[in-house]
Design a protein around this ligand. Structure first.
Ligand SMILES: [Zn+2]
Length: 219
């Protein structure tokens, strides 16, 4: 796949980041903001009213909206690093409100939800933002850096397992042990991914931010 030539500088790959395309407001980020606001309001109302249907509506808007913003970004050639980063952060907010709301609704799920939140809000957040260390437009193209990490985390099956498996089994079975085993397994996959990422090493942009004379006078 390639982008319109005028939009890019060095190459026209959709996988590569293009500074000229970067902006906060695109059709995709507007969808991200709207679906996040709607999901948070629905899940919070669900928690407040003790309503499982409202909580599940919050989760559904998050998942459908998360698929829609990505699809719109690809179709309209506005896959920006800003949009990808905002999408990743908005996903954490939607997930946090739904899962904490669900644990409030059914306190027997508090421990598995806690394990899942450690996995998703901290380790998966770090993994997902690591694409910024390479000139990529989103983690969806991480296979250009490392195919194994991409398969585990950002391929279609990888993403589906990471987000859907835990929620579906938790809501469906209400078995804290089963939900705990799934959350712990996901945590193990993410910790293994972190080890692999740290062995790979995160590139740091070269250069020095301070003028030479400044460094000399302060050392
Ligand atoms: Zn390229």
């Amino acid at each position: 796949m390639s982008l319109p030539a005028a939009a890019t500088q060095s190459c026209a790959h959709v996988e590569c980041a293009h500074p000229a395309l970067e902006r906060v407001l695109t059709l995709a980020t507007v969808i991200t903001f709207i679906r996040t606001g709607a999901s948070v309001v629905l899940a919070m109302l669900g928690a407040y009213q003790g309503s499982l249907p409202l909580l599940l509506w919050g989760l559904a808007v998050y998942w459908v909206g998360d698929t829609a913003d990505g699809a719109v970004a690809r179709l309209t050639h506005c896959e920006t690093r800003i949009g990808a980063a905002l999408d990743i952060m908005c996903d954490r907010l939607c997930a946090a409100v739904f899962y904490v709301g669900f644990a409030w609704y059914d306190p027997s799920m508090a421990v598995p939800v806690g394990i899942y939140l450690v996995e998703f809000m901290v380790i998966d957040l770090f993994l997902s933002m690591s694409f910024l260390a390479w000139p990529l437009s989103s983690p969806n193209y991480f296979y250009l850096v490392d195919r194994q990490l991409w398969l585990w985390n950002w391929s279609k099956p990888g993403k589906a397992l990471n987000s859907a498996l835990f929620a579906v089994f938790m809501v469906w079975t209400r078995n804290p042990w089963l939900a705990g085993v799934i959350a712990t397994s996901l945590l193990a996959v993410k910790v293994t991914s972190m080890v692999r990422l740290s062995r790979l090493g995160l590139p740091i942009p070269g250069g020095c931010l301070r003028p030479v004379h400044q460094v000399q006078t302060t050392t």
